[in-house]
Design a protein around this ligand. Structure first.
Ligand code: F6R
Length: 361
């Protein structure tokens, strides 16, 4: 049932305010400015002993894990990174008892992720899951974790589950942070920010007409460049993946700082750039990247918290706490991919060559 929407993807994009509400519900503890995660199965002493966090997933879940790693580093001050599960599995990784491993999966059935979990467990590692489908193989195989509560996702490409997964990581990072060195004040700041998300997502969804017009303007591109920096880079990666998957337009994502190390050679009017430009400590750096692109007469579409002078168009989104901004900045780009694919007449819910869950190697 598409509930009045033309596609499941549109329905699922629109459901995000409610979905985010669901992942937060019942978990916030205002008294201690922290969260309760019932199924985590990790006590405070164990949480204090974690020296590294390694996040494993595929595709969109890997991108959500990249943002999750940033959240764990900034809120809990634990070194963290994300890696595609299959890469991890085949490079004979050093498995370390002080590392917390986290498997991320919407379906909970992705073979590469499941196999990585099994390999880790065989070696005695502690593995948690950040999973959407309750009771799925990865949920059962892990030692505990955080359910994402996005609800069923039917469209082959992931949207609401991506957003909810990142929110689930924010909860986990807040929880670990408050056991370690995150202050009550910062805990409260993040909780207040999390509570603002559903209404702010609704505000972004109201920009749909404007985004549709932009999509029509850019749909003639043969290729698109997505750039972002630090927190913005996984947003760029995910937006580029979404565009590829459903519109079949070639897209690349680069850290903004890497442009001058090669990809700047590609910039010309026929290759538009989508830039993630949050109003944070890196704003001036990101503006400099826009200038580099403009100087090569590249068209620029910015996603930012205020109009960007160097950009041809800016999608202005509401500001949250710096750490949570990536959650909001991805949403207009889901709509951009959607309307680009729609104007090209693509089969949005079932893109060619793709399956919803990849249970084979
Ligand atoms: C992208 C997409 C895929 C999945 C990937 C992992 O829109 O849907 O990249 O994210 O196959 O799937 P899960 O999260 O089910 O493990």
């Amino acid at each position: 049932d598409m509930g009045g929407h033309d596609t499941y993807m549109h329905k699922e994009i629109s459901e995000q305010p409610d979905a985010v509400d669901r992942v937060l519900r019942g978990r916030i503890d205002d008294r201690f400015s922290t969260v309760h995660l019932g199924g985590l199965n990790l006590d405070a002493r164990e949480a204090r002993g974690i020296r590294r966090v390694k996040i494993l997933g595929c595709g969109t879940s890997y991108h959500a894990g990249m943002i999750g790693a940033g959240l764990v580093e900034s809120l809990a001050r634990i070194p963290a990174d994300a890696e595609p599960a299959s890469e991890f599995r085949y490079r004979n990784p050093v498995v370390d008892p002080d590392t917390l491993y986290i498997a991320v999966s919407q379906s909970g059935e992705t073979y590469d992720v499941l196999a990585a979990v099994q390999e880790l467990k065989r070696k005695g590692a502690r593995v948690l899951g950040v999973v959407n489908v309750v009771g799925s193989a990865i949920a059962r195989e892990t030692d505990g974790g955080v359910y994402v509560h996005a609800g069923p996702e039917v469209c082959v490409v992931s949207t609401k589950c991506f957003t909810n997964t990142v929110v689930a990581f924010a909860l986990l990072a807040l929880h670990l942070g408050r056991i370690r060195d995150l202050s009550v004040a910062d805990g409260k700041r993040i909780i207040d920010g999390l509570r603002r998300l559903p209404a702010q997502i609704s505000e972004i969804l109201e920009l749909e007409d404007e985004i549709k017009k932009l999509a029509d303007l850019y749909a003639d591109a043969k290729s698109m460049m997505f750039i972002g920096r630090v927190r913005g880079y996984p947003v760029a990666l995910e937006a580029s993946l979404k565009l590829k998957e459903i519109s079949y337009i070639h897209a690349e994502a680069y850290p903004a700082s890497e442009l001058k190390h090669g990809p700047l050679a590609l910039i010309e009017p026929a290759l538009p750039t989508v830039a993630i430009v949050p109003d944070d400590e890196l704003l001036e750096k990101n503006r400099a990247a826009l200038e580099e692109v403009k100087a090569r007469s590249g068209r620029i579409l910015a996603v930012a918290h205020q109009e960007q002078e160097k950009a041809d168009h800016t999608i202005v989104v509401p500001k949250n706490e710096d750490e949570l901004d990536p959650i909001l900045m991805g949403i207009p780009l889901q709509l951009l991919a959607y309307h680009t694919a729609l104007s090209l007449g693509r089969d949005i819910d079932k893109p060619r060559n793709l399956a919803k869950s990849v249970t084979v190697e």
